[in-house]
Design a protein around this ligand. Sequence first.
Ligand code: FAD
Ligand code: SF4
Length: 463
Amino acid sequence: MEQNRQEVKQQPPQERIKNFFEVSLGFTEEQALAEAKRCLQCKNPACVKGCPVEIDIPAFIKLIKDKKIKESLSKIKEKNNLPAICGRVCPQEEQCEVACILSKKNIPINIGALERYASDFADEKLSDNKKKVKSAEDTQSAKVAVVGSGPAGLTAAADLVKMGYSVALFESLHLAGGVLSYGIPEFRLPKKIVFGEVEYIKSLGVDIQTNVLIGKTFTLKDLFKQGFKAIFIGVGAGLPQFLNIPGENAPGVYSANEFLTRINLMKAYKFPQAITPIHIGNKIVVVGAGNVAFDCARVAIRLGKDVTLVYRRSETEMPAREDEIENAKAEGLKFQLLTQPKEIILDKNRMPSAMRCSRMELGKPDSSGRRRPVEIPNSEFEIPVDNVIVAIGQRPNPLIYKSTPELKTNPEGTICVDENYMTTIPGVFAGGDITTGADTVISAMGAGKKAARAVDNYIKTHK
Ligand code: FAD
Ligand code: SF4
């Protein structure tokens, strides 16, 4: 067995900070074969249990080893409708790879890179997978509505259409994909890949209707009146949280969502070729230390800015993936750790000129298990700043439950569901970030998959 784990090559930092192209270059054929040969083909593979959608990982890896790339992708697609995306953005180090038996020796199989390789290099994937779909004549299909086209909605829609249902997917934005389109930047997840996967889902027969805001354009009641037998809600957690400090409402202070949407979806970085501008100075402070904060910081670096990340705890407590932290450091991101913003100081034009902050130290662990930051008295200082991007978390999108009072929610705004993903309204199901709060792509997909099975069961027992 070859011992060396194959690592994916990257664009060098000094080059990649000048462009928005993908940082990770993926495996070459030689690397993919070498890595596939390392798989021990365990009889009871733990990695499969580590994957939230239970891909038959040893089987798809063996097919790569045998140079059957198309068959390998088909094997993955038995469980995962969006493999090119998962191969790129899944936190494999906490899921399938940590469960791999070789992780005990610190050399787990690079499962994510192999999944990406199979997805990127298999030919004719659309035409092959189309054959598996039942045609309209095969089935007296009941109509199901899916709300939201993020990974939860796309997965539920694809699975339901494969079961023979007639599926309409409603998306409020002008493009499908959810966070995959408007949140995760091009250099981590090229939009060509996202739209390729969306086209695949359309090719299965899902009718994707964009610019439809459920709760305004139609209510859930309207959808039932239109003949839908069941509804799946996957509207995500896109409502930004704020610091609630003086100066935060000034122009020049962005939520992470607004900043990333302008850049990713509206291509503001191409202004004036793209019509949506973004007003941005030279000194940028990003507040927060999750994946979203690092995405904002790395986008701002690519716009040629001097970027500082402000976080109230230390590096050990940062919630972002370790790889992303290392990538950002290599790209020149500056850090102000153990620092709490207190006020955004505005100039005479009411634009940010500085951020007043306090130094913090770590106390005892709080309910999250992380050590609580405690302010050090008389430690205030100022950081000069032109723009502030607030990336301290998102809450569930409230529009649907505000327009549907019968839909019960938890105090934090997530929609309540039972063990079958059914909400408090019979026939209305929900999954993904709208029920869990901000989580991961693959857990949203896992919820979409399980909810699709529950919808099928509900329709069959409520004819
Ligand atoms: P979303 O992806 O949020 O999709 C919800 C969709 O519903 C959106 O398109 C929205 O426009 C639409 N919608 C909302 N309200 C309505 C309505 N009323 N009517 C119609 N449509 C509506 N996870 C990872 O695993 N790896 C990562 O590297 C990673 N990086 C991230 C980076 C950023 C910047 C962000 C914001 C998140 C990241 N995540 C990552 C988290 C991951 O993207 C989410 O957990 C996942 O997208 C949730 O999927 P979802 O389908 O529940 O919701
Ligand atoms: Fe691992 Fe994600 Fe692929 Fe599952 S979908 S095998 S968790 S990379």
